[in-house]
Design a protein around this ligand. Structure first.
Ligand code: ADP
Ligand code: MG
Length: 267
């Protein structure tokens, strides 16, 4: 059965979408079967996987409102090597439309049960809020991956997310845990970033991934080509880091597919 992870942080612009699409592509490169779900009405993860959000007939919105199944709404992102359950602006209306629905926070979880056996990993790109959409992601997931910039105030925003995760764990989803904090957009030339990166590691120990994602312009350029950096320019430093992160995650996951080609390198 698939491991289901939310990529979440209630701040915007911290690297959630970049992490989601590059981790999806990295996992695909090491032989994992991946479904990437875009839960953000901005649809950046959809576009960043080479799928035009304006042309989509079915999206995660239809799945949440139960007018389509995941199997009907997903699309294969051929160049990226993973499947996509896309999103566009229509998703912004879902919150309001779901208000009167029973078990509305469990819609995604219910829908994913039907395809869980087809994937090794399902990655969910969350919007920058602790909304009903994010709640659907958290209720469906086994774990949360939190991308963080190594800045002085990075931890401040974490408290609300951690409290939400605790509440979801206590009331809605006993399986949910924080898989780890991922240090992203790291610039080793900035002393403060080095210090914060080390403090995070010493404070949170094994809840911080060993892999650090550097600030790398190729990762920022890739979305305009409709590709994750890992596919757009596999040899770029940032892409290599995401590939290393995918391998770290596979190794850390007990029960991950034994066929995982963990020794693979970017090609
Ligand atoms: P979020 O989904 O949290 O809003 P994004 O992944 O969209 O954040 O990232 C915000 C911006 O930062 C985007 O323009 C993205 O291309 C850029 N970015 C993200 N990670 C990196 C990185 N490691 N190096 C350079 N630019 C990055
Ligand atoms: Mg985003």
């Amino acid at each position: 059965m698939a491991r289901i992870f939310c990529i979440a942080n209630q701040k915007g612009g911290v690297g959630k979408t970049t992490t989601t699409v590059n981790l999806a592509a990295g996992l695909a490169k090491v032989g994992q079967r991946v479904l990437m779900i875009d839960l953000d009405p901005q649809g950046n993860a959809t576009m960043g996987s080479g799928i035009d959000k304006r042309q989509l007939e079915l999206t995660v919105y239809d799945v949440l409102l139960e007018s389509a199944t995941v199997a009907e709404a997903r699309i294969t992102a051929d160049k990226c090597g993973y499947d996509v359950l896309g999103a566009n602006r229509e998703l912004a209306g879902a919150e309001v439309e779901m208000v009167a629905i029973d078990r509305r926070e469990k819609r995604l979880r219910t829908a994913l049960a039907a395809v869980g056996a087809e994937y090794d990993f399902i990655l969910i790109d969350c919007p920058p809020s602790l909304s009903l959409l994010t709640l659907n992601g958290l209720c469906a997931a086994h774990g949360v991956i939190v991308p963080m910039q190594c800045e002085y105030f990075a931890l401040e925003g974490l408290t609300d997310l951690v409290n939400t995760i605790k509440q979801v764990h206590a009331n809605l989803n006993k399986n949910l845990q924080i898989i780890g904090l991922l240090r992203v957009m790291f610039d080793p030339r900035i002393t403060l970033q080095q210090q914060v990166a080390e403090q995070l590691k010493s404070h949170f120990g094994n809840k911080v991934f060993d892999t650090v994602i550097p600030r790398n312009v190729r990762l920022a350029e890739a979305p305009s080509y409709g590709l994750p950096g890992v596919v757009f320019d596999p040899s770029a430093k940032g892409s290599q880091a995401f590939l290393a992160f995918a391998q770290e995650l596979v190794v850390k996951m007990p029960g991950a597919s034994a066929s995982a080609n963990v020794g693979a390198t970017a090609s």
